[in-house]
Design a protein around this ligand. Structure first.
Ligand code: IMP
Ligand code: MG
Length: 185
């Protein structure tokens, strides 16, 4: 694995530019604002991938809301999720009778989210929905239907805007695809 001193040098292709990300976040925020008007909304960010999306989205919403975070790790190897989720950090506050919107970076197999939603449903929220920045277009065992999706992307491994490879590249301001040399050396 060879990571350059300038992260941008490791990107083969920009998939979604910074301007396109910001424009889409504003659109998503407008839809959320409309749908959750007058409701007690909790934005539930999934650490660590959703941090950039979560903070940008929250800043585009003008209604009062709570922000809470969960850190989960899915059992399995680095690139393949097993669908069994371990909670590393739970929510700080109870969600009973609250309208919970899970803010997630990307839906790949959808297994992580499916498991997480089961856990959260048991806590009796008033409603539970998903806002995912990216949705990989692929066959899924059981479809997770996110209420809000930023972009549908091809089934490739992407980094940036919160998404990592080996914990790096989260701070890229755009979504990109890594050069194969980064993986293979
Ligand atoms: P799923 O259970 O397969 O849907 O796994 C989703 C999680 O895997 C996401 O929350 C990401 O943390 C991670 N992930 C999936 N695809 C990518 C990718 O292309 N780049 C970086 N992380 C990814
Ligand atoms: Mg994640």
């Amino acid at each position: 694995m060879a990571i350059s001193s300038n992260m941008h040098d490791d990107i083969e292709e920009t998939l979604i530019s910074e301007a396109d990300l910001q424009a889409r976040v504003r659109e998503l925020a407008a839809a959320i604002q409309r749908d959750y008007a007058g409701k007690d909304l909790v934005l539930l960010g999934i650490l660590r991938g959703a941090i950039m999306f979560m903070t940008d989205l929250a800043r585009q919403l003008s209604m009062p809301l709570n922000m809470d975070f969960m850190a989960i790790s899915s059992y399995g190897n680095a690139t393949e999720s097993s669908g069994v989720v371990r909670i590393l950090k739970d929510l700080d506050d109870a969600i009973e009778h609250k309208h919970v919107l899970i803010v997630e970076d990307i839906i790949d197999t959808g297994l992580t989210l499916r498991y997480l939603m089961e856990i959260l449903e048991n806590r009796n929220p008033a409603s539970l929905a998903v806002c995912a920045l990216l949705d990989k277009v692929k066959e899924r065992e059981k479809l997770i239907a996110p209420m809000y999706t930023g972009f549908e992307i091809p089934d490739r491994f992407v980094v940036g805007y919160g998404l990592d490879f080996a914990q790096k590249y989260r701070n890229l301001p755009y979504i990109g695809v890594l050069k194969p040399s980064v993986y293979s050396e």
